[in-house]
Design a protein around this ligand. Sequence first.
Ligand SMILES: NCc1[nH]cc(CCC(=O)O)c1CC(=O)O
Length: 312
Amino acid sequence: MSAVTGARTLRVGTRASRLATTQSQHVADLITRELGEPTALVEVTTEGDTNRAPLAQIGGTGVFVGALREALLRGDVDVAVHSLKDLPTAPADGIALAAVPPREDPRDAVVARDGLTLGELPAGSRVGTGSPRRAAQLAALGLGLEVVAIRGNVDTRLRKVADGEVDAVVLARAGLARIGRVDEVTETLDPLQMLPAPGQGALAIECRADDEHLRALLASLQDRRARATVDAERAVLAALEAGCSAPVGALAEVAEGDDGDELWIRAVALAADGSVEIRRSASGDPSDAAGVGHRLAGEMLADGAAELMDNQ
Ligand SMILES: NCc1[nH]cc(CCC(=O)O)c1CC(=O)O
């Protein structure tokens, strides 16, 4: 039981990487500060951490999520923290998305040798990414860059630039900020050039669906606008029936208007080589965020988005 009903330390499950433990500690601190509950981090090893095969072969980024959810369902931990963009769009049995806290900068960032921007890198430069979405958008820029497939945690990927294995890498700015390395960013990419992954920069706080007391408690950590943006972005992904590693980017914002808040969303689906893209935007009521995303995806499908992605 929690401190409200009796003293219990809330066990917060986390992956062991530096990014994951930093994010999880951030949420644990929020729980303690905002809700007055004592917390402790519990590390859970996932297949994505131990198996170096390409993610697509071992089940996509969902492999990072599955082990944490199993630990929740077994009762080994009470709360699980994920990068929201790593969550599969399908709901998981017995698991509740209790809250989305305030979101970090969702944009992608470049870390290049010698402080260069993408446009300053000479044609033929090697740019590392493991993401089909980033690879396709890099190709679509038409800069003649060579995309090199890389994997590994954020520190590993940055080391490949320092070692000269690649000239640059593209990463989530939020991840760099969270581990204290955002000063190494040489360019933050405008979403006009590189639309981020749905949910990028946001965290997901999950608990067991039947843990109603805890659900109600955690709900107060939610940032309503952040939740609306990620709901809209993930609805696009779900409606396109695209997985988390599909070449799909989406970014929503909630703008304050005279008649209340308005939600804006833009999205892109690309051929793997960036040679064709379908780009659309829409707006609507933030209380209908998923509906706005769903309708946007419908227009993209009418434009041929499914055929584009079938050709992967
Ligand atoms: N795919 C791995 C992953 N999952 C979440 C982040 C960064 C943090 C975030 O996007 O919220 C990263 C690293 C990256 O894409 O550079």
